[in-house]
Write a protein that binds this ligand. Structure first.
Ligand code: GRF
Length: 193
């Protein structure tokens, strides 16, 4: 049974999808804790599912490295097999990434390497592409640059607003993230003696 810590910054619909999937006893993973960099609305999902949560706010620390070290300590306290960034809107410091990757994945609302960064949906619209999508990848020291695990395309429709396109992307993203976690958990289970 793979233990997950999920990191969020916002509404947490991807977290909720993971909580719902892992509530099924047949799913090979469970969310043991949820972390955030802020008082994220999505923390309500952790509470609803009885999952512990923690918040590590960057402004409480002298610098990004100190914040990252505290976040790492709070994540590692749960001994996760896999850490999932699901709408976590901070760049993770090198010590954090080095300690956890490749058991550290992220979901991104674009077909990386296209449109990295915090405004992927807006950038895709501005670029006038007719197709964008979702990427689940391993987090490395770069920004949205780690090895891709899985991607799925999403059509951009004429007249799409950023919100409409992002919601269409999230519908695909939630299913893709759950499937990616299931694959990792199944593979991990498979290699265990
Ligand atoms: C997701 O699309 C994620 O890829 C992006 O932010 C969004 C978070 O959505 N970084 P939610 O908080 O999971 O609903």
């Amino acid at each position: 049974m793979l233990s997950l810590v999920v990191l969020i910054s916002g509404g947490g619909s991807n977290l909720r999808a993971l909580l719902e999937a892992t509530a099924d006893a047949d799913f090979p993973a469970r969310v043991v804790a949820v972390g955030s960099d802020t008082d994220a609305p999505g923390l309500e999902h952790a509470e609803a599912f009885g999952v512990p949560s923690f918040t590590v706010v960057p402004t409480a620390f002298a610098d990004r490295a100190a914040w990252g070290d505290e976040l790492l300590a709070q994540v590692e306290a749960w001994s996760p097999d896999l850490v999932v960034c699901a709408g976590f809107m901070r760049i993770l410091p090198p010590r954090f990434v080095a300690a956890l990757s490749p058991n550290l994945i992220n979901t991104h609302p674009a077909l990386l390497p296209a449109f990295p960064g915090a405004h992927a949906v807006r950038d895709a619209l501005a670029a006038g592409v007719t197709q964008t999508g979702v990427t689940v990848h391993i987090v490395d020291e770069g920004v949205d640059t780690g090895p891709v695990l899985v991607q799925q395309a999403v059509e951009v429709l004429p007249g799409d607003t950023e919100h409409e396109l992002h919601e269409r992307i999230k519908t695909v993203e939630r299913a893709l993230l759950v499937a990616a976690v299931r694959d990792i958990a199944t593979t991990a289970e498979g290699v265990r003696p």
